[in-house]
Ligand binder design. Structure first.
Ligand code: BES
Ligand code: ZN
Ligand code: ZN
Length: 470
């Protein structure tokens, strides 16, 4: 399916069907009100109504704000895909909702069909957006950027959705290498022999029972006149069985998503390089599979992490923080960045705290958190701050090592996980670092907003928005 912005009036663009977005107030004044009223259409948010004989499709919205338009465009694209129409046209409303329209079409219309022997067919080929009389040049830039970011989000979704027997640490490394080749990025990959030389013992312990070797992936986008340097770190658990602290079978299903942080980081660097932003971006990924076996790491083990901090393992299912401990340490030594962001499906507790839809944001810098919150609101993603405090910090103390990998109390699990990571952030970087827990936001089994079943690509949009505005 193609989506095009056309510098013409909507009446001059030929398409099978014309789409209009209507608020309930606009509906009452519309010239088709009588007919629409007969069908029972009330212009409620996300409801749709075809007037086939007139070649019209109406989409209800609460308002013309971006969030409502994105969601309504998602309903629109789903309806069009299950119709027989080959093309549709609608007008760009305002510059600031154009990106939301693109997101609705691309992200709301996304399907992952790699494992379907007979994917559902649809005839929809072209979506045209008429610029009407708005400033075409400005719209064109917004359109192009939104398309790059939406496609990068779909790229992230595709990798997360790929089954774990196909997507393992090595195949993730190959995939990163391919992205690097296509987008002219630098790429360095460390297999286990190099990880041993690097003393990345916490990361290595997590992957030890897997038949797949753990991999450290480092991609870099280095434009000539970079104004800032940003490091992104991603949790890449290609499968999280829980290890010897085995997950219950129902919780294990969907744990292919535990690589979502890594996939987001790949999507972000893809977007940044295609947007040609003037910032240097590094992506560091710890790609590991957490399995069971005779040589699996155990509760009671004490690991000596790359930084030298010793970690008492009390639960092998709290493995993401062990991998990130070493990768964060490596990333800080390798690159002197202006900001360091990590992305991880780290805790079920984050979902308990904020709900399934919201990314948890943790860190010391209020300024950085505020900037991220602004970017997230503009992008249509949901983020919420989870505050650190010294009392929760005490809960990850260990009697026998420097730190324990789980908290001694059951509450505040997302924050104690964030505080665990904080132990691996160097003093000089404390105010440059934020941790994003995407455990809830990265994957969904029920569609919401422009997210369909499966991976959502959470954090690609808000991070691209943030980096665009640096
Ligand atoms: N990958 C999980 C977190 C997770 C849970 C992500 C649900 C997405 C959906 C993580 O490795 C984990 O298992 N965390 C444990 C930590 C606990 C043992 C302290 C959890 O959240 O239960
Ligand atoms: Zn786990
Ligand atoms: Zn995990």
């Amino acid at each position: 399916m193609n989506i095009k912005l056309i510098n013409k009036n909507i009446a001059d663009i030929k398409a099978d069907i014309k789409v209009e977005f209507l608020t309930p107030d606009e509906l009452k004044k519309h010239k088709e009100f009588k007919l629409l009223n007969l069908t029972g259409f009330k212009a409620e948010q996300d409801s749709i109504c075809f007037l086939h004989e007139k070649g019209l499709l109406f989409c209800g919205v609460d308002s013309k704000k971006s969030d409502d338009i994105r969601s309504a465009t998602t309903s629109m694209i789903k309806a069009l895909k299950s119709s027989n129409y080959e093309s549709a046209v609608f007008g760009a409303l305002k510059a600031n909702s154009l990106a939301a329209m693109v997101e609705g079409v691309v992200l709301g219309g996304y399907e992952f069909n790699d494992y379907k022997s007979k994917p559902k067919e649809n005839k929809l080929e072209n979506i045209f957006i008429a610029s009407n009389e708005l400033d075409y040049k400005k719209l064109k830039t917004i359109f192009k950027d939104a398309l790059i970011i939406s496609n990068a989000t779909c790229f992230t979704r595709d990798i997360v959705n790929t089954a774990p027997q196909e997507l393992n640490p090595l195949s993730l490394a190959y995939l990163a290498q391919r992205l690097a080749d296509e987008n002219s990025l630098e790429c360095e990959i460390f297999a286990e022999d190099e990880l041993k030389k690097q003393n990345m013992n916490a990361m290595l312990a997590v992957g030890r029972a897997s038949i797949h070797q753990s991999q450290l992936i480092h991609l870099a986008y280095k434009p000539k006149k970079a104004k800032k340097i940003i490091s992104l770190v991603g949790k890449g658990l290609t499968y999280d069985s829980g290890g010897l602290s085995l997950k219950p079978s129902t919780s294990m299903v969907t744990m292919k998503m535990d690589k979502a942080g890594a996939c987001s980081v790949l999507g972000i660097i893809k977007a940044v390089s295609e947007l040609k932003l003037d910032i240097e971006v590094h992506a560091f990924i710890g790609a590991v599979e957490n399995m069971v076996g005779g040589d699996a790491y155990k509760p009671d083990d004490v690991l000596v992490s790359r930084s030298g901090t010793t970690i008492e393992v009390r639960n092998t299912d709290a493995e993401g923080r062990l991998v990130l401990a070493d990768v964060l340490d490596y990333a800080q030594e390798k690159v002197d960045a202006d900001a360091i962001f990590d992305f991880a499906t780290l805790t079920g507790a984050c979902m308990v705290a904020l709900g399934q839809y919201t990314t948890g944001v943790m860190g010391h810098s209020h300024k950085l958190k505020h900037e991220i919150s602004k970017a997230a609101t503009a992008s249509g993603e949901l983020t919420g701050s989870l505050p650190f405090n010294k009392h929760l910090k005490k809960l990850i103390k260990s009697e026998i090592a420097d730190i324990s990998n789980v908290s001694s109390k059951p509450y505040g699990g997302a924050i104690t996980a964030g505080l665990f990571l904080d132990n691996f952030i160097k003093d000089e970087n404390k105010d440059k670092w934020l941790h994003f827990d995407i455990a809830g936001s990265a994957y969904t089994e029920t569609p919401w907003d422009c997210n369909v079943y499966g991976a959502t690509g959470a954090s690609v949009r808000f991070m691209s928005e943030y980096l665009k505005n640096i």
